[in-house]
Each structure stands twice: as structure tokens, then as C-alpha cells.
Design a protein around this ligand. Structure first.
Ligand SMILES: Nc1nc2c(c(=O)[nH]1)N[C@H]1C(S)=C(S)[C@@H](COP(=O)(O)OP(=O)(O)OC[C@H]3O[C@@H](n4cnc5c(=O)[nH]c(N)nc54)[C@H](O)[C@@H]3O)O[C@H]1N2
Ligand SMILES: Nc1nc2c(c(=O)[nH]1)N[C@H]1C(S)=C(S)[C@@H](COP(=O)(O)OP(=O)(O)OC[C@H]3O[C@@H](n4cnc5c(=O)[nH]c(N)nc54)[C@H](O)[C@@H]3O)O[C@H]1N2
Ligand code: SF4
Ligand SMILES: [Mo]
Length: 722
């Protein structure tokens, strides 16, 4: 039985008359925090952190409280709808689930027959736990094209770590690292992927030394022993420079490097290309600071790198990630307690197996969009979004006729929103599953009402690397909403592929858990399942790579005809690679630092969250603000060669005056137009999705950084809430 060990739940139930309290797992972000959900009269009344959960230890963020207003939001879709006017007209009509799924099934069968399964692109957004089911759906259908954020977010971390050291190494907070180098990550706001901010903060409170590599003075940077304020997109140069210091000063782990690194000598030659004068010139970080940080990191054991999306979403992301893995490895911090661990996931059918990647035929695999160009991405079932837009708009290399977008809002979150809009406007048929009519859903033919985390049973966190699995338990039912996995299970029967699915999804949960010897009903009664915790596995088993060593020199990349060693490549569209453009657009814009109360483009309609963050904010250094005539709170126009948007100025001295920061994901649910102000403050109106602006191996669009100009908006251009 699920027990409430250290809280006064029983007394609260009695005093306040709650009907039940359900232990579950929040998923308002990448998810994972254990929660207690209090229910009265069939409705969720309160959500608190579960002190017994090993992931968050009772802590929660504001978004968890927003879940209640999300679930019962008056504008939420609670039944399927079909569009009855032109695209974007905002005219919808209620339909039954049968009509919705039969219509989608009929289209799928028709396009598969006429254009091949590859003409149907499924898509999902970041970390919503439905990834395995969406991949299974596409693979069983025979479509190699699943559109995700994986080309520039987390996918690169998985791909580069799998080819370099066998798995994604995560920080072992349970064994108190003595030094943490936070690199392009702000986990106290973002709680991303396998991490929560709480164990990190506890480790720093416990005395861990802290290095922060970030162009912006984050809270973490403010607490750090050393803050390396690098020029955005120069991470690989900085990491190689640090490796240079460590190797020259003989601070590396010699036994490890000699025995467990593939291509050590070649790597040493590579880092010699990065003397500190050169590194300082490229990164804008004073060389004394680089030396100080390299020494601290290499001499404090155990140490770990807490890395995030700041090093990805760059045109050099494969090299960035791999240079950080090299830093972890050469300092002897891989697979050690308190360092960077390669945990085993619990013994279950994992995302890959459940995702049925093995069912995609070679013939269909070969048709993956962009597979010939972004070869590392293709191997990990990841595609570049522009390939999809091109296939819709120009029908090259073949036509894409249908999009099935399940938990993603690409108009707000993918580069060059104008082009994304054109593609979504043109595509023959689009079905979307979401909570609301987002700017993306506004262009759909059918929108399906999805369930929130409060409305589903699921094996939560089974895509993560921290080694825990927790049950997400269904608490309520709202309208006719259904979880994506339940919906896909049903739809698969309607397209004649039911033999690869289950009569209902509970049996799929049993299937996932079967290798562990438990059923969903049994798991539901447990707190969590944990994988085996084992260190130094490479000493007996080697790393899970072709050479069984840490492949700093990657044989996989070599075979794919990429540089096998990490290297710094100057970003396209930077002051140095595009000096002429820089004259006209004299600021480096960095977009997308995380807003604590919103998750990507979600949450703007949730009052308890929007009250905490009303407007889109751009940050500008006071010196730059003075130069441009911008005052605190002004609406500012930010312009790139692709478009203009407006965000509100906040003066902030914690960065180089040549840089500005802007927020991403903004649209206005309160706007009257049916497309909900998708252009107004959407930073991706400015971003560049050209193939030159992508990582050559992963196809990751460098969506975060670009050159821009800024000026105050004329007073008459203001919104009505000014
Ligand atoms: N300029 C710039 N752009 C960026 C970034 C940046 O830093 N700068 N960051 C990028 C990154 S890292 C990422 S991962 C992407 C994220 O991009 P996306 O994953 O596309 O994120 P969202 O825009 O939040 O879209 C998610 C949509 O799914 C809905 N949703 C939430 N949960 C569920 C669910 O369980 N089922 C269904 N069916 N729908 C659900 C939400 O209401 C929302 O409309 O954005 C990227 N865009
Ligand atoms: N509240 C909230 N939580 C979220 C999200 C959200 O939108 N809101 N989004 C989720 C998603 S999809 C993701 S991927 C994660 C991301 O979570 P994080 O990895 O924490 O991402 P960010 O906060 O966008 O960026 C991290 C840091 O990178 C810095 N940075 C920017 N450019 C560079 C650079 O070139 N080099 C280096 N070294 N640093 C740079 C930024 O200043 C920022 O402090 O968060 C997830 N969690
Ligand atoms: S960090 Fe994420 S999982 Fe944890 S409470 Fe906040 S939204 Fe929920
Ligand atoms: Mo992301």
C-alpha cells in the first residue's frame, strides 16, 4: 500500500474533509517531482510536495500549483473539435472522439497509400513522457519522420554521450560532489531533464566549490567561486583551453587517460591548438580566470559538470558536448561516486524498446528527412525541422502531406516562425493534440483534447537517467480529455495496426514493467523502482563504445565523415564570422533563458502564473540602454534580418554590454485575433533556420544566438495593458 510516511495527511483529511490524497508525479515541466494531490468533492483542491520522494524531497515550484488552474481552465479543450472555417479563422465545431479518430485514421491510410508512410510526420514537444508512444506509433506505421526538439535539445547530449562513453553521465548529487561546474545551465529555475534544483542547492550549501560558465550573471553565477563570463557560442574553445591547462600542468588522471581513453595522443595534439591567448581572444574570458577554473576543477575530487541546453542550440553543439565529456573524463570524474555517473535505468522496457525502433524497415529508415546530411541525428531517429517545412512547401525530397503534432507548438518554439507558419498553413492535413488552441493548433484541421498529468496513469520518468521510476497516478477526469498514449493506442487499432498495441493502455504499462517482474497494479502501490547503482563499471566491462574506451576520438564520427575530435568552430552570424552584418545589427541576442513560472510556450493563460510574469522581458545592460535611449520598462523593438518583435526592457548589468537577452515562447492567449498574437513578441520571428546555421552532425538549429538591433518602440505602438 502507498503510505504517507512523514506528513500529517491523515489529520488534514479529517480536519478539512478531503476525500482522498493521491501520491503522484508532477509533469508541468520535464517533470518528476513527487506530489501529494488533495481531492475534495471529486476536484483537486491542493498540491504539495511529497517529502518522501527521492527526486525532490518535498520541494515544488510554482508551476505545480498552476496545475489546478490548468486542469479546470475555462478555455481548455474538453472535447475534440474540427475546424469549420479557413485555417486560422478560429471557427471550430465540437465532434465526437469516434469522428475525430476515424477522420485522422482515414487520412493516414490515404496518405500512406498515395505517398508512402514517410509523408506523415508525427511530432512531439520536449519531455512530456509521451515520446515512447509517439515513436512507437510512427515506427509501426513505417514513418521515419518524428519531429522533436531533439535536434537541439537533450538529443545531442544523448547522442554524443552514447557514442563517446556509452550513456548520458549525470551528476551524482546523492554522493556530494566537492566541485560542481555549472555549464550553460540554470537548473534552479529550469529543473531540467534528470535534474532538480534542490539537490544541487543542497550540495552547494554543503560546501561544494562552484564554477559557473555562463554569459549572464545567474543566481548560480552569483554564488560561484569562479564565474566565467564567456562570449555566447564559444564553449568548445573554453573547454579545450581548460583541457590544455590541465594537461600541461599534469593535472589529468594519468592512469585513466592511458588505459581508458581512445585517441589520447591525438587529443593532446588537438588541445595544443588552444593556447590561452587564443582562448581568451575567442571567448572574452581573461586567461587567468580560465587557469584558476581549470585548476580548481581538476584538483577537487569528486567533481562534476552540470550541463544544460546553453551548450546546445548552437551550430557547434556536437563539439561542445564532446569537449565537456572530455573534461569529465580526463579529470577522472566519469563513473565515480559524487562525480558524473552512468546509472543503469531500472530493468524495464525502455523508451527505445517501447518506441519500436526495430520495426522500422531499412527501406523506410533510409527515407528519414535529412538523414543523408545530419547523419548522427538520423542514427538517433532525430530530424531537423526545416527539412519538414521544405518537404511541405517544396515537396522535396518528397511531399509531406500530414502533420500529427502531439504536445508541441512549433510556431512559437522553432526557428523562423514565418516559415513554420507558411508550412503549417500549406500542409494538406494537420491534427494537433493539446490543452488549448495554441497558435499552432489554430492552423489544425482537428484538435484533440489531451489529459494533464493529473488525468493519467503512467510510468513516469522512464526516459531519464537518474535511475528512478515513479508512478504517475490518475486523480481526476476532466471532460472527454484523454492521454496521448491512450489516444494513440486507440488510433492504431483504427488504422489496422492494433496487433502491435494493446486492448487498453494499462496492458502497455504492464509490458513496460514486465522485465522488472511487476505489473502496473503492483507498481501503482509502490513509491518507486530504482536501477542498480554501480560505479567504475568501465574497469571490468569497458565503456559501451566500439573500442570499449572513452572515445574522445570518436570512431563513430570518423565513420560518418565528421571530425573525430572535439573542435571549436566560430558560429555563423557572429560578430567575427559576419562582420558586415554586425555593423548593421550590433548586438548579440541570446534568447530562451528559462522563465521560472512558464514552461516553454505554456502557461500564459494560467492566472496564478501569469500574475507572476506578465510581459515578455528583454534584458539590456544599462550602458547599452543609455546609448539606445531605452529606459526600464520601455517596450523595445528587437529586429533581425528576418523580422521585428517587441519585448519590455529590464536593465541588467550582469552581462557584457554587447549582449542582450530575450525570452522565448511568447504568445498571447488573451489576444482577440484567432492566432493569439503569435508574431508580436515571439523571438523565433527573428531566428535563422537556414542549414548553414545548424550543427552538421545533429542538424540542431542554432536558435539561441543571433545578431540584432534594438530601439525603443514609439509610444503609440503599446499594448492596451501598458
Ligand atoms: N528562441 C528560442 N527558441 C527555443 C528555445 C530557446 O531557448 N530559444 N528553446 C527550445 C527548446 S530547448 C525546446 S525543448 C523547445 C520546446 O518546444 P515544444 O516542446 O514545442 O514546447 P511548447 O511550445 O511548450 O509546446 C508544447 C505544447 O504542448 C502542450 N502540452 C503540454 N503537455 C502536453 C501533453 O502531455 N500532451 C499534449 N498533447 N500536449 C501537451 C502545451 O500546451 C504546448 O502547447 O523550444 C525551443 N525553442
Ligand atoms: N521554468 C522552466 N523550466 C524549464 C523550461 C522553461 O521554459 N521554463 N524549459 C525546459 C527545457 S525545454 C529545457 S531544454 C531546459 C533548459 O534548462 P537550462 O539548461 O537551464 O537552460 P536555460 O536557462 O535556457 O539556459 C541555461 C543557461 O545558459 C546560458 N547561456 C546562454 N548562451 C550560452 C552559451 O553560449 N554558453 C553557455 N555556457 N551558456 C549560455 C544562459 O544564460 C542560461 O543561464 O529547461 C526546461 N525547464
Ligand atoms: S520542477 Fe517541474 S516537476 Fe517539479 S514541481 Fe515544478 S513543474 Fe512540477
Ligand atoms: Mo529543451
Amino acid at each position: 500500500m502507498v503510505e504517507f510516511k512523514c506528513s500529517n495527511v491523515a489529520r488534514e483529511m479529517e480536519v478539512y474533509g478531503y476525500d482522498s490524497v493521491v501520491k503522484s508525479s508532477c509533469r508541468m515541466c520535464h517533470g518528476g517531482c513527487g506530489v501529494l494531490v488533495y481531492v475534495k468533492d471529486g476536484k483537486v483542491k491542493k498540491i504539495v510536495g511529497d517529502p518522501d520522494c527521492p527526486i525532490n524531497h518535498g520541494t515544488l515550484c510554482a508551476k505545480a500549483f498552476g496545475s489546478i488552474q490548468l486542469a479546470y481552465h475555462p478555455e481548455r479543450l474538453t472535447h475534440p473539435v474540427k475546424r469549420v472555417g479557413p485555417k486560422g479563422s478560429g471557427k471550430w465545431e465540437r465532434i465526437s472522439w469516434d469522428e475525430a479518430l476515424d477522420t485522422i485514421a482515414e487520412r493516414i491510410l490515404r496518405y500512406k497509400e498515395d505517398y508512402g508512410a514517410e509523408s506523415i510526420v508525427a511530432g512531439y514537444g520536449t519531455g512530456r513522457d509521451n515520446e515512447a508512444a509517439v515513436y512507437r506509433f510512427a515506427n509501426v506505421l513505417g514513418s521515419p519522420n518524428v519531429l522533436t526538439a531533439g535536434h537541439f535539445c537533450y538529443g545531442p547530449r544523448l547522442a554524443t554521450t552514447i557514442i563517446t562513453c556509452g550513456s548520458n553521465p549525470v551528476v551524482d548529487y546523492e554522493n556530494q560532489p566537492k566541485c560542481i561546474m555549472v555549464w550553460g545551465n540554470n537548473l534552479v529555475f529550469s529543473n531540467p531533464d534528470s535534474y532538480k534544483g534542490e539537490p544541487f542547492s543542497a550540495a552547494v550549501d554543503g560546501g561544494a566549490k562552484l564554477i559557473c560558465v555562463d554569459p549572464r550573471l545567474t543566481r548560480i553565477a552569483a554564488r560561484a567561486n569562479i564565474w566565467l563570463r564567456l562570449r555566447p557560442t564559444t564553449d568548445a574553445a573554453l573547454a579545450l583551453g581548460m583541457c590544455n591547462v590541465i594537461i600541461e600542468e599534469q593535472l589529468h588522471d594519468k592512469e585513466f587517460c592511458e588505459n581508458y581513453v581512445h585517441g589520447w595522443d591525438k587529443f593532446v595534439d588537438r588541445v595544443k591548438e588552444w593556447p590561452l591567448d587564443r582562448v581568451e581572444q575567442v571567448t572574452w574570458v581573461p586567461k587567468e580566470k580560465i587557469v584558476e577554473a581549470a585548476r580548481l576543477f581538476a584538483t577537487t575530487k569528486p567533481a562534476a559538470i552540470q550541463w544544460g541546453v546553453g551548450v546546445e542550440i548552437q551550430a557547434n553543439l556536437t563539439n561542445n558536448d564532446r569537449s565537456l565529456i572530455a573534461l569529465m573524463g580526463i579529470t577522472g570524474n566519469l563513473d565515480v561516486p559524487g562525480g558524473q555517473v552512468l546509472f543503469q535505468t531500472p530493468n524495464i522496457r525502455n523508451v527505445g524498446t517501447f518506441g519500436a525502433h526495430g520495426m522500422l524497415s531499412r527501406e523506410q529508415f533510409a527515407k528519414r528527412l535529412g538523414g543523408d546530411e545530419f547523419r548522427l541525428a538520423a542514427r538517433f531517429s532525430i530530424i531537423n525541422p526545416k527539412r519538414v517545412w521544405d518537404a511541405i512547401l517544396e515537396e522535396k525530397p518528397y511531399p509531406v502531406k500530414m502533420l500529427f503534432l502531439i504536445s508541441t507548438n512549433p510556431i512559437s518554439t522553432r526557428a523562423n516562425s514565418t516559415e513554420v507558419y507558411r508550412a503549417l498553413e500549406k500542409v494538406d492535413f494537420m491534427a494537433v493534440s493539446d490543452f488549448f488552441i495554441t497558435p499552432t493548433a489554430a492552423l489544425a484541421d482537428i484538435v484533440l483534447p489531451t489529459a494533464t498529468w493529473l488525468e493519467m496513469d503512467y510510468v513516469a520518468d522512464f526516459w531519464k537517467r537518474h535511475g528512478y521510476l515513479v508512478p504517475r497516478r490518475k486523480v481526476i477526469q476532466v471532460g472527454e480529455c484523454r492521454s496521448d498514449h491512450d489516444m494513440l493506442n486507440d488510433l492504431s487499432h483504427r488504422i489496422g495496426l492494433g496487433q502491435h498495441w494493446w486492448p487498453d493502455f494499462e496492458q502497455a504499462l504492464d509490458h513496460i514493467l514486465e522485465p522488472n517482474g511487476i505489473t502496473w497494479k503492483q507498481f501503482k502501490e509502490m513509491d518507486y523502482v530504482r536501477g542498480e547503482v554501480k560505479y567504475h563499471k568501465y574497469r571490468t566491462e569497458g565503456f559501451s563504445t566500439p573500442t570499449r574506451k572513452l572515445e574522445i576520438y570518436s570512431t563513430v564520427l570518423e565513420k560518418m565523415r565528421y571530425d573525430p575530435l572535439p573542435q571549436f568552430i566560430e558560429a555563423p552570424g557572429s560578430p567575427y564570422s559576419a562582420p558586415e552584418l554586425y555593423k548593421e545589427y550590433p548586438y548579440i541576442l541570446v534568447s530562451g533563458r528559462r522563465i521560472p513560472v512558464f514552461f516553454c510556450s505554456e502557461g500564459r493563460q494560467i492566472p496564478v502564473l501569469r500574475d507572476l510574469h506578465k510581459d515578455p522581458i528583454m534584458e539590456i545592460h544599462p550602458e547599452a540602454a543609455e546609448k539606445e535611449g531605452i529606459k526600464e520598462g520601455d517596450w523595445v523593438i528587437i529586429e533581425s534580418p528576418r523580422g521585428k518583435i517587441r519585448q519590455r526592457a529590464k536593465l541588467f548589468a550582469g552581462m557584457d554590454p554587447r549582449i542582450i537577452f530575450a525570452e522565448h515562447g511568447w504568445w498571447f492567449p488573451e489576444a482577440k485575433d484567432p492566432n493569439r498574437g503569435w508574431q508580436e513578441s515571439n523571438v523565433n520571428m527573428l531566428t535563422d533556420n537556414s542549414y548553414e546555421n545548424c550543427d552538421p552532425a545533429m542538424g540542431g538549429t542554432a536558435i539561441r544566438t543571433l545578431l540584432c538591433r534594438i530601439y525603443p518602440e514609439l509610444p503609440l505602438g503599446g499594448r492596451k495593458n501598458d
